[in-house]
Write a new protein. Structure first.
Length: 414
């Protein structure tokens, strides 16, 4: 019988095996570099047994910060032909070879939690990190707002690559001149569980556009066909702003502007409420069209400090009716696909972010229930990248860093 203790040991082993010294890869083979939000989650996992290593993870992430404050979604510390697109395709010139886009800015919120677990040198680490985290927040506020909501300029930025949220926007894009390239992801895992070639052409087309514009945000805002105000970016930015305000106040930093930012982002979050759908939704900024999607990101409202009775009713229903919640796409939707990446599968990492938000907002019963269900899913089906929400079967990469970290920091503790 697998005990909680032995699962804890296995989870630590995964973090240790995926540890490259000062950063952690998400999984061997499929993802051989440092990813931004994966790294923030890894730090939380390390904080359970090696607090110094937790800080190092975050410090390495911010060592890749660009001079304008942007923190890239991938840091290519060492070349690896197993992943495409690599640094040569992105054409960026930050301090470390990197991609030119961001990912959900959860690092500040995770740093605050690491700090809470640190009885020693935490304040010293955090004091050094704080101005960098604030600079990234300011970059987002400067470049990515639409009516106060935070926009994504590439599906990869949200971490929800092929979510149906982007379908209408992607369908309008012409990628006929993208040229020849070879996908590497499908050499590691089952192609039926991955984004389609139609989507990949558009992912690469957007990378080519960014590169041609030298990742100039003003030019991208003018010229990119992809600009979507999204719950992932908005709620994580809002949660981070609140955490930056709290940490800055406690550490004695100048927090001028953060209270205003929080108000702006709260107003932005309200613009993501789709009344017809009855849920937080994504909104194409260029066409003004709703995506019409209830995704797992819709439930990140609590992480952003926003309460919603309607989202709570939905969550309770999902917890009762979906065998392995929370699905990344509504099972009643025509676009639902139980295996294909972000079009249905359950991601333990998103569950934890939803759960931490619920806990923060005082919804203890639902937070505990979600943690218990996520723990059961991992103990029955392992530390997979993601899971079929109907059968629980594991999919994608194995021995996955963030699933192990989720077990250590949250799901294995119930
Ligand atoms: C592109 C690393 C990342 C996660 C994302 C997930 C997937 C990359 C890919 O893997 O995205 O960034 O190549 O598919 O969608 O959430 O951070 O685990």
């Amino acid at each position: 019988m697998t005990t909680t203790h032995s699962l804890g040991q296995a989870a630590r082993q995964i973090l240790i095996q995926n540890d490259k010294g000062c950063y952690t890869i998400p999984t061997k083979g499929l993802y051989p570099y440092q990813w931004n939000w994966d790294s923030a989650i890894a730090a939380l996992g390390f904080a359970e047994f090696d607090i110094t290593r937790a800080w190092i993870e975050l410090e390495t992430l911010f060592s890749g910060q660009w001079s304008d404050g942007m923190v890239p979604h991938i840091l290519f510390h060492q070349p690896d032909p197993g992943y495409f697109p690599g640094p040569d395709v992105w054409g960026c010139d930050g301090p470390i070879p990197s991609s030119g886009i961001i990912q959900p800015p959860i690092a500040a919120s995770m740093a605050r939690r690491v700090w809470e677990k640190d009885t020693g040198a935490g304040a010293t680490h955090l004091t050094a990190l704080y101005p960098k985290m604030l600079a990234w927040h300011r970059w987002i506020m400067q470049w990515r707002l639409d009516r106060g909501a935070v926009c994504t300029t590439h599906p990869w930025e949200t971490g929800r690559d092929n979510a149906p949220d982007w379908d209408k926007t992607m369908a309008r894009m012409d990628a006929s001149d993208v040229g020849e390239y070879t996908r590497r992801d499908t050499t590691h895992v089952n192609s039926d569980d991955r984004p389609t070639n139609f989507d990949y052409d558009r992912y690469i087309k957007l990378v080519q556009l960014g590169r041609n514009l030298h990742w100039d945000q003003a030019a991208l805002r003018e010229q990119s066909p992809f600009r979507v105000a999204d719950p992932t970016m908005t709620f994580t930015t809002l949660g981070a702003a609140r955490d930056l305000l709290a940490m800055g106040t406690e550490l004695g930093f100048d927090t001028t502007g953060l209270t205003e930012d929080i108000k702006t982002l709260e107003a932005g979050a309200a613009t993501l409420w789709n009344t017809d759908l009855g849920a937080f939704d994504s909104r194409d900024v260029l066409s003004g069209e709703w995506a019409g999607c209830v995704s797992s990101a819709s439930y990140l409202c609590w992480l952003g400090g926003i309460d919603s009775d309607q989202m709570m009713d939905r969550l309770r229903n999902t917890l009762e009716t979906v065998p392995y919640p929370v699905p990344s796409n509504d099972p009643d939707s025509d676009t639902f696909d139980a295996r294909r990446y972000w079009r249905g599968p359950t991601w333990a990492v998103v569950n934890m972010l939803i759960g931490l938000g619920l806990e923060q907002q005082g919804h203890h019963a639902e937070a505990t229930e979600l943690a218990r269900k996520t723990g059961a899913l991992i103990s029955e089906h392992g530390f997979a990248e993601y899971f079929d929400p109907l059968s629980g079967s594991p999919a994608g990469g194995k021995s996955f860093t963030w699933t192990a970290a989720v077990w250590l920091a949250w799901a294995g503790r119930t």
